[in-house]
Design a protein around this ligand. Sequence first.
Ligand code: ADP
Length: 527
Amino acid sequence: MIVDDKIENIISLTALLEDIENINIVTSTDPNEALKICWKEDIDLALVDVQMPEINGFEFVSFLKKNPKTNHIIPIMVTAISKEDKYLIQGLNSGAVDYLYKPLNPEATIAKVKSFVQQLLIQQEIKEKNIALEESKQAILKAKEEADLARKSKETFLANMSHEIRTPINGIMGITQMLKNSQLSVEQENWINKLDSASQNLLNIINDILDLSKVDSGMMKLNMESTSVHDITDDLNNLFIDKANYKGLDFSIDVDERITSYFLTDPLRLKQILTNFISNSFKFTAEGSVTLKIQLITEDNHSICLRFQVIDTGIGIVEDALEKIFIAFEQGEDSITKKFGGTGLGLAIVKRIAALLNGRVFASSEYGKGSIFSFECTFDKIKDKPVEKETQVLYTELPKFNFPMILIAEDNELNSFMLANILKSWNCDITLATNGLIALEEINKKKIDLVFMDAHMPLMSGFEAIKEIRRNANPIIANMPIISISASVLQAEQQEALDAGANEVVGKPFDPIKLYKTIDTLLSKLK
Ligand code: ADP
């Protein structure tokens, strides 16, 4: 925009600037009209004559600066009045950014305007980039939201799947155990053993997937206990000695003699890490040895740092693969899956659990010669001895109950059949119900001493049935001991059962010994 009350000035200035690239020139001899144009059009730069009638250049610039619609315009004063400081300052105060002096020096004028145009172009570019940046920020936020949603639905999916898949597997495994204890021909025994190991494998895979999602969603809880290295090695030795004999491998455990103290850890998870390493070593070693070596790295009054290494003479791992094997679903070589099977989940879980225990895992290997898998961790030392472990007893050998009437409300026939079988071995009388409604009818009809209530059942869920029982007018019924059966490993579902009014929650697969203790405690409270 060129504003000058004298048309000849406008003509000469326009002629001077015409050839500059990327500009359009709008002119006016009337400052009022020029203000309107600035208001309506997209003006970037204004060359403003200082001495004009009605509105002088300084006033013109102040108007531009006051109006939010025009305050972005860069004003340059064009003046014939002297270069005295007071005019200069007045112009700058009103918002002008520069001065051109009449008579105009053509080169200086062109250079000045060009440099402002250049500045404007850069500003324009920055604006566009800012818009693009803002757009990509929005896109990232949206993608994050979608990823969060996807993660949540993955968790829900896994929780539901765990329930749906574990329930039938528990059935299969329970019946398999019962068949194993029945009269079988040698051939049948062989079939059952195969069925047993296949279902155990399936359960392991499902447990692995659940473990992974539990760690990832922060739901894996550690049970810290006082432990000694020998507790760990005894269990591992029992677990693998048969396998070593079967595969003809030399399995040994070599513990640094200086390790004598008890320390605090989650023994189950520590064993899970080592079991994974050792199982892999057995899997990938055809001849030679598998050694678990436990070394003392450092020790002071409060803590002890140990390195657990599983060393094998197996097929080894190529160098490139060493890093990726700790990533979920990754295996050393594609051919491995075909030859040895596996899901590639074991080490991914191990790495996460190691981090939970504040330790780290790493591997080294020589392809074709063997591998070393290590877990290194600093533990807090404990002065007390660990709690003595109970010796294993067969559940059928536990003392019998005095024929209590137990109601099993469970829609899965296989599960209720198995549970009934275990309970009958302890002299319990059994009533069965396949949903919450039938359970309520039975409770009102018969004298029931204790109820097992599955969470998910048709018609009336276990939680609703429990709430109904607790509302019963008869205090004997309302206070009846109720054990909720949950196939879900999720804490939330177990809490829901307790909130509904269950006394205890037992998870599937049933651990008969725990089951016995729970029943025993609840029944003895009734006496
Ligand atoms: P999976 O064994 O179920 O495939 P893992 O996560 O336990 O899953 O192991 C990932 C991969 O790491 C294996 O498929 C194998 O390629 C490699 N690996 C693990 N342990 C060993 C070992 N001791 N010797 C050779 N390769 C191994």
